[in-house]
Design a protein around this ligand. Sequence first.
Ligand SMILES: C[S@@+](CC[C@H](N)C(=O)[O-])C[C@H]1O[C@@H](n2cnc3c(N)ncnc32)[C@H](O)[C@@H]1O
Length: 129
Amino acid sequence: MHWRKHVRGFTPRNKCGKLDEARVKRFFQKGTGNHIGLARVRPEVSALVEFMPLNLLAPQWPIKGPFDAIFCRNIMIYFDKETLAKLLKRFAPLMKQDGLLFAGHSENFSYISDAFKLRGQTVYTLANK
Ligand SMILES: C[S@@+](CC[C@H](N)C(=O)[O-])C[C@H]1O[C@@H](n2cnc3c(N)ncnc32)[C@H](O)[C@@H]1O
């Protein structure tokens, strides 16, 4: 298992994907020593992010919008259609009017909820905007 290497936020450098070299340099730092070949987001960037656990099935969510974007990728597999429809209904009021909801590449929310409409490949906007 490579699990331990991810504990401190390190990821294989090739997971930086299609980002150009300038962006990789600006936003990531290279691992050294035991972390050669790995990279992690620079602390000044991750300091901008508030991390917290969120159980999507919990009756209350400890978060407040409005959000520019919600990434809910590759989660559908865990939920039945009804649960997912409820979830999308809860997302809608948390989003800015022109906010974006990102799904996974093989996920399609269109047939489940009328709260969102497809804006591009795997990206949705509020349907009522
Ligand atoms: C296949 S992984 C996808 C992870 C990540 N979003 C991605 O695209 O790489 C599915 C994730 O859904 C999370 N998950 C499952 N049930 C959940 C729930 N009720 N609330 C929040 N997250 C949940 C799991 O913990 C797991 O991290």
